[in-house]
Structures are given as C-alpha cells and as structure tokens.
Design a protein around this ligand. Structure first.
Ligand SMILES: *[C@@H]1O[C@H](CO)[C@@H](O)[C@H](O)[C@H]1NC(C)=O
Ligand SMILES: *[C@@H]1O[C@H](CO)[C@@H](O)[C@H](O)[C@H]1NC(C)=O
Ligand SMILES: *[C@@H]1O[C@H](CO)[C@@H](O)[C@H](O)[C@H]1NC(C)=O
Ligand SMILES: *[C@@H]1O[C@H](CO)[C@@H](O)[C@H](O)[C@H]1NC(C)=O
Ligand SMILES: [Zn+2]
Length: 497
C-alpha cells in the first residue's frame, strides 16, 4: 500500500516535472521568436535570369563597355554633393541627362511643368520625372518608369545623392576625383560616396539602361528615387517627402529597396536589412547641494551623475555587450550592435564656465546642476514603453529630470511574410549568400517604413571593407559591375507580373 502511494506520488511528481519542462521548452520557443535574428532559408527553385547572365557574359568580353560604365560611375562620384553644401542642382541635372540618354528622349520631348512651388514634372508615354524640392536649393529627382499595370502598386529603388564631408589629408587619393587605381585585386575607385551610396544609385541606372535596351516592358511601375539630405537627418529629404500625401499617393509604393552595408573583408555574405535601430537622445540632469569647494558637501549634483553612470548606465552597457556575444553562435552576429541596446555617454556639463572661451571659471564652487547626455540605440524587438520607464527610473534614482532630444516612439520592421518581400528574398537567395539583419544606425528607409511600406536595405558589396563615412572609401570594379548584373535580375523580377 505504502509502496503504491510512493509510486503514485513519484508518477505525479514526474508529470509535474514534465509539465514544467514542456513549459520551459515553450518559453524557450517564445524567446526565440522574439529574437532579432531571423533565420529564413531559401526554399525557392533556382530561376535563371537570362538577361543578367547575358550581361555578365558581355561585360567579360567588352572592355569598352566596362570603361564606359566605370566612367559614368566616376562622373557621378565627382559631382560635389558633400554636406554641408551639396550641389543638388548639379546632381539633378546629371541624373536627368543620364535618364534622357537611357530612354532615348529627343531634344524637345519632355517639357517640364511647374506643378507647385515644390514640384516640377515632365512625362511621355514611357517615363515621368519629378523634381521635388522641399527647399528651393535642395531638389531631389524621382524617375517613374511606367509599367503596364500601375494598379498593382509601385516598386521603389531609393538612394540618397548627398555624401558626408571628408578629412582630405587622411586620403591616399583626392576624395572627389574618383581616381581609378590598379590594385592587386583589379581596378578600384577611391571616392567619397563609392560605398555610401552613389554606387547603388548609378548601378540602378545602369541596370535600367540594360533593361530598356533589351526592349523589356515592366508590368509594375518603377520609382527610382534620388533623394537629398539623408546624411543630415532627412528633414528636407525623405521626412518631408513622406509627409506629402499627394506625392506619396501618386508614387503608390508598395515595396522599396534602400541602402545596406558592405560585407567586410574576406566575407561574401550579403546582409539584408529588414529594420533598423532607433536612436534615442536624452539628457539627465541632477540637482544637488551647493557650497564651498573646501567642505564635505553631501549629495552634490556631480556625485549623483557619477552614481547614475556607475549603478545604471555602465552596468547596462556591460550586460548588453555580454549578451551580444552570448546570444548567438553566428560569428558575424557577435559583433552586431543591432541585436542589443547600446548606450554612449556623449556629453557632460557642470560647473561655471566663461561664455567666451568655455573654460571653467570657478574651481571652488560646487555646481548646483550636472547634466549627462546619452546616445542610445534600440533594436526593433525591444519594448520602447519599458525602455522609457527604465530611463525614467534612472532619473528618479538620482532625483533628476530627463529630457528627450530625439525619441521616436515607433520602430516598425518590414513584414517578411509579404509576397513582394518574399519574392525579393527569393531572388537574392538564388543569387548570393545572404543574412537577414537589423541596420545598426538610421537610414532613409525609416520614413517609408513608418508609412507601412515594406523596405529592405541591400547594397551588394561582398569582400569589401566597410568604409562608409571613413577615409579612403573605395569600391572594386568587379564588385560594382557584379552589382549591376544582380540589379538587372532583381529589378526585372520585381517588376514582372
Ligand atoms: C524539450 O525540447 C528538447 C529539445 O527540443 C527535447 O529534447 C525535449 O524532449 C523537450 N522536453 C519536453 C519535456 O518536451
Ligand atoms: C496603388 O497600389 C495598390 C496596391 O498596393 C492598388 O490597390 C491601388 O489600386 C494603386 N493605386 C493606383 C491609383 O493605381
Ligand atoms: C558606444 O557604446 C557601445 C556599447 O554600448 C560601445 O560598444 C561603443 O564602443 C561605444 N562607442 C563609443 C564611441 O564610445
Ligand atoms: C532623493 O530624494 C529622496 C527624498 O527627498 C531622498 O531620500 C534621497 O536620498 C534622494 N536621493 C538622492 C540620490 O539624492
Ligand atoms: Zn547612406
């Protein structure tokens, strides 16, 4: 009898334990689903892209064609569009001229009309273009290649025309000469914008050129967007355009491509970005007791900021850095700050200073307030409400106040189950090694994404050191030419029925 009871108890305990284990398994699964690193493996049947293959073949044979293509790329790189004074009118003229050549537009065809103070347009049967200026000195260029079925919604290929400034002395070659240099790996162009992201904009046009020459007729509309001011936050670029309901409805974009990043040296996996980290900029100010610098004053403002950094900020940073290493077996993901929260102390302010020089003036006066400035980057799977609550708690911890300078409250990601998104993923997976990622910083894609447009960040730059915003930005000829081959296949298949 007793033995039976023990058996029953044991069986019961076993069941309870198993139930617990099932639950444990369940909760692991849930955590995996919330994981930012999605692993989709391509199951599509490999499709041939005859036009792309044919072009690759022609490229190999025809050195004149290669030279022409590289020349156009170099010309685009030489248009001075560096911040803070990009010459947008020049770049729009350059792009318009190129467009007219691609579509064989005759001298007096395509008459521009001023539709509104911001907008000039022109069109024929095949194309329409928009010169869109949020500020008169900041025109963007949008080209529509008309498809047979505009009611299906447009495909957008986006690139920004501006580039970041340079530290001239640090460059091996003048950054706006776009010099072609013979390296052991072949020809290479050194220029600001070679990676970020004139290579993408000009490769779009080369691919379209090829498609037009082949007599291809798109089914869906293609919107080729060359936008201003990405590098300075897009206020007069995508932010402004995305708020223009009339334009957005006319463009009717359902899917868009924007910039990605180079793969890195000796790395041929192409990152595909389906979301990005959001930037929160905020400052926490602590108020404390004041007095003479010779006294043991308690609870000073600077002491409170020290406490904040020691007990809250740096521990979070450390813990997130550790998590970045622990949470994945993928060596490439281990160095991706886009999977965890990053936080940097980017400013400190306390003490009396001279208005003219900024130098401290009163070494013996304990300041009443001290302020710390932070740059926090948050991936899309992180709960923004919880994050804000945590930061508020940090401020409370030192009886301080928090002030947000920049705090987007939404950070949507692209719907990976959407039919066009899946189509794009299949195309690239057919053609190259890819990996889905979250972009570590902000790109223009965030604006259309906030409108519900599915955006993907993709720049084909395998075996290329990541040099955006860096000195000696370069791109190899072989990589650039191959990117055009891929765009031919990508654009065609996206525009097909
Ligand atoms: C939990 O998952 C592991 C691995 O998938 C499996 O081997 C184990 O049987 C599961 N446990 C239960 C109790 O379902
Ligand atoms: C815009 O695209 C959607 C599909 O995304 C389509 O239903 C709609 O008819 C299109 N609008 C126009 C004016 O063509
Ligand atoms: C910013 O913070 C991250 C971790 O949160 C760290 O990896 C990175 O080195 C910091 N950057 C600077 C410039 O301090
Ligand atoms: C914050 O204020 C409370 C109540 O006024 C006080 O007890 C606490 O010590 C203060 N904390 C700091 C860090 O100043
Ligand atoms: Zn860029």
């Amino acid at each position: 009898m007793k033995a039976q009871r023990i058996l029953i108890l044991t069986v019961f305990a076993l069941f309870a334990w198993m139930a617990l284990m099932v639950q444990a398994n369940l909760s692991t699964t849930t955590q995996l689903e919330a994981d930012p690193m999605v692993d989709i493996s391509a199951t599509s049947i490999k499709k041939e892209d005859p036009l792309a293959e044919q072009f690759r073949h022609v490229l190999k044979q025809d050195s004149k064609l290669r030279d022409d293509i590289m020349n156009r790329f170099q010309e685009y790189l030489r248009v001075p569009t560096q911040q803070p004074k990009p010459q947008y009118t020049k770049v729009v003229d350059f792009l318009l001229d190129w467009t007219r050549r691609i579509f064989n537009v005759k001298e007096n065809e395509l008459v521009e009309r001023q539709v509104s103070p911001r907008l000039r347009v022109a069109e024929n049967d095949q194309i329409k273009y928009y010169i869109y200026s949020c500020k008169p000195e900041k025109p963007s260029f949008i080209l529509t290649w008309k498809g047979k079925s505009p009611q299906k919604g447009s495909i957008m290929i986006n690139s920004h025309t501006d580039v970041v400034p340079v530290d001239k002395d640090q460059w091996k070659y003048p950054p706006f000469d776009a010099e072609m240099v013979e390296e052991s790996t072949g020809r290479r162009v050194y220029a600001r914008g070679a990676q970020d992201m004139k290579c993408v904009g000009s490769a779009y046009l080369e691919a379209i050129d090829r498609l037009v020459q082949s007599g291809y007729q798109p089914d869906r509309n293609l919107q080729v967007v060359f936008i201003a001011d990405e590098e300075i936050g897009a206020v007069d670029g995508w932010e402004c355009l995305s708020h223009d309901k009339q334009m957005m409805s006319e463009l009717n974009i359902t899917f868009g491509l924007d910039e990605g990043l180079a793969s890195g040296e000796n790395e041929d996996v192409i990152p595909i970005y389906y979301g990005e980290n959001v930037a929160w900029w905020f400052e926490i100010t602590a108020v404390g007791n004041v007095g003479h610098g010779s006294q043991f004053i308690k609870d000073t403002s600077t002491e409170k900021i020290h406490k904040l950094l020691r007990d809250k900020v740096f521990p979070l940073r450390e813990q997130q850095q550790l998590q970045m290493r622990l949470q994945t077996k993928n060596p490439r993901e281990k160095s991706q700050p886009s999977t965890v929260v990053t936080i940097n102390l980017t400013g400190l302010r306390a003490g009396h200073t001279s208005k003219e020089t900024g130098d401290f003036t009163n070494p013996n006066v304990i300041p009443r307030t001290a302020t710390a400035l932070f740059d926090m980057r948050i991936p899309p799977h992180i709960d923004l409400v919880e994050t804000e609550a945590m930061l508020q708690e940090w401020a409370n911890y030192v009886n301080g106040t928090i002030r947000f300078i920049e705090q987007p409250k939404v950070n949507p990601i692209t719907d990976l189950t959407d039919a066009t998104v899946k189509k794009f993923l299949n195309i690239v997976n057919d053609r190259m090694k890819t990996e889905l990622r979250i972009f570590p910083a902000a790109t223009d894609a965030r604006y259309p994404r906030r409108l519900g447009i599915n955006m993907i960040g993709y720049s084909f730059m395998p075996n290329t050191k990541v040099l955006l915003h860096d000195h000696n930005e370069y791109l190899d000829e072989s990589v650039y030419l191959e990117s055009i081959v891929h765009y031919i296949a990508i654009i065609k298949r996206l525009l097909d029925e």
